[in-house]
Design a protein around this ligand. Sequence first.
Ligand SMILES: Nc1ncnc2c1ncn2[C@@H]1O[C@H](COP(=O)(O)OP(=O)(O)O)[C@@H](O)[C@H]1O
Ligand SMILES: [Mg+2]
Length: 243
Amino acid sequence: MSGLAFAYPDGHQALFGVDLTVARGERVALLGPNGAGKTTLVLHLNGILTGGAGSVTVAGLPVEKRNLAEIRRRVGIVFQDPDDQLFMPTVREDVAFGPAASGMRGAELEARVRTALERVGMAEFADRPPHHLSFGQRRRVAVATVLAMEPEILVLDEPSSNLDPASRRELADILRALDVTVLMVTHDLPYAMELCGRSVILSGGTIAADGKTVDVLSDEELMGTHRLELPFGFDPRAAAAKA
Ligand SMILES: Nc1ncnc2c1ncn2[C@@H]1O[C@H](COP(=O)(O)OP(=O)(O)O)[C@@H](O)[C@H]1O
Ligand SMILES: [Mg+2]
């Protein structure tokens, strides 16, 4: 994205000229305080939000109306709130929705759905209504709906929030195993450390830092300025040495 600026219809400006390039195969953490504009930025990556200044290009395609169908096949976004992602009567139908919309049918579709649900440990919930699941389970199903599309770019908005420790660990294993480009919004700084070699801080709608995760997290002044706090006792340099 280049010079991306965006104001909501009520006039509130959320992004003020963001320049950010993520290379193919990179895993980048997007950090920043509440209200920094992280979700607003994410929603530009497949054209859910448009109309501001600047430009966004994904997989070589400008994010414009004529490219949106193609871009949405290639970019999977796991929304901050799983309830924005799940709307079918059963988990199975929600996970099947995207692949079915792109023409997949029958045994191939069934296998695709089963694999995606197995990956997030939710296969046995296939016939349940999503709204009967816990928040953490709905989050995992939301991840499955995106994995089922086999996107080449995966964007996750606070994926580990409200996950129990085992689910958080399993999601990290999934993300590490996928050979895709990842942009992950997170407040979970050890998660960023573990999964993303590079971190970007967005604060007040502008990029405040962009560097190696270990360097960003070790910069106490930078972290304090942008309301980022490491968990008690967490030492990014020690974590980097262990990794
Ligand atoms: N639909 C909306 N209308 C008006 N302002 C909004 C809307 N959504 C978010 N904002 C505002 O835009 C700013 C950035 O929000 P957001 O991108 O959600 O931040 P973050 O994800 O970093 O917490 C905040 O000040 C927020 O209040
Ligand atoms: Mg957000």
